[in-house]
Write a protein that binds this ligand. Structure first.
Ligand SMILES: O=C(O)C(=O)C[C@]1(C(=O)O)C=C[C@@H](O)C=C1
Length: 289
């Protein structure tokens, strides 16, 4: 979504527009996962203090934490985190100020929402990504013979891809703020009693924002995309076939796609959609009072 094109708030907050951004982000996320899945798990890059070299620099966190800090420091200077749809993983107070003036954005969201901790899901995103997802998507990487530790030494390449996956996931999940704003504006009378309840009725709010048919269609579409984007073509541009289905050129082909489709579907079903809903509910419960 481009906030500075002069589109009206109603256009920017139309559910169709927002959903088309969510659909496009599915592609970004799948391709970023494919990129990460070429490298081994490399568990060491997620452990605090595992790299002596970082301690020398005075950085206490993990290798990935350092990549996030350095990448986000640079992006902060270019005012990335002043945009309503961008949230850094590094605490904002540790990042430098933008070197150029703020852009003016339409006031799409209630003023409290962007800053409110209940709408920042990044620590939960980092947690499920590091502890569940990386492990699952790097299962197929072949490590040198005899090695059992799923470490191929590609620490820089792995962390670079991790940052890309994390930024895409974060953007997608925080879009929940726009989704719930759009739904609220479509029928404020349905939401207001549950927002004003003390404490706010988060269960009722979750019921109002949940659209089972949209979720079901998403999971089917995502599985199909993961299947299609994960396919490999041989140098002649022909689809690689599984063994037993040799191509005309005689190549025996590959048995597997680049990504496990079921893992991608599970990522959305178990983490991305539930966290998006948490952001939607958190934003409604905290910010429209
Ligand atoms: O499209 C919506 O209405 C959303 O709220 C987004 C989303 C999702 O994460 O994809 C979340 C909750 C709904 O049940 C359906 C889909």
């Amino acid at each position: 979504m481009n906030f500075t094109t002069g589109s009206s708030e109603d256009e920017l907050l139309s559910l169709d527009n927002i959903r088309s951004t969510l659909i496009r982000l599915e592609d970004t996320i799948i391709f970023a996962l494919i990129e990460r899945s070429q490298f081994a798990w490399n568990q060491k890059i997620y452990e605090k203090g595992a790299f002596e070299e970082l301690k020398v620099l005075g950085f206490e966190g993990s290798w990935l934490g350092w990549f996030l800090f350095e990448t986000e420091s640079f992006h902060a200077k270019a005012r990335r985190y002043t945009s309503p749809d961008e949230h850094p993983f590094t605490p904002i107070q540790k990042l430098p100020q933008p070197i150029i003036a703020m852009q003016s954005f339409p006031s799409l969201l209630h003023p409290q929402s962007a800053a409110h901790p209940s709408t920042n899901a990044n620590s939960r995103i980092l947690d499920f990504y590091v502890n569940k997802i990386v492990l699952a998507i790097t299962k197929r990487v072949k490590i040198s013979k005899g090695s059992t530790d799923r470490d191929d030494g590609n620490y820089g390449s792995s962390a670079t891809r991790d940052v890309e996956v994390l930024q895409a996931l974060s953007r997608r999940i925080h879009f929940g703020m726009f989704v719930s704003e759009s739904k609220f504006r479509g029928a404020p009378h349905k939401f207001i009693p549950h927002i004003l309840a003390q404490p706010p009725n988060t269960e009722a709010l979750a019921g109002l924002i949940t659209k089972p048919a949209v979720e079901a269609a998403l999971l089917v579409r995502l599985g199909n995309k993961a299947e299609i984007y994960g396919q490999e073509l041989d140098p002649q541009g022909k689809l690689r076939k599984s063994p037993g289905e040799a191509t005309e050129s005689g190549s025996s082909g590959h048995a597997e796609t680049r990504l496990d489709t079921a893992e991608v579907v599970a990522l959305y079903r178990d983490w991305v959609i539930p966290l998006t809903k948490d952001v939607e509910v958190g934003k409604l419960a905290q910010c429209h009072i």
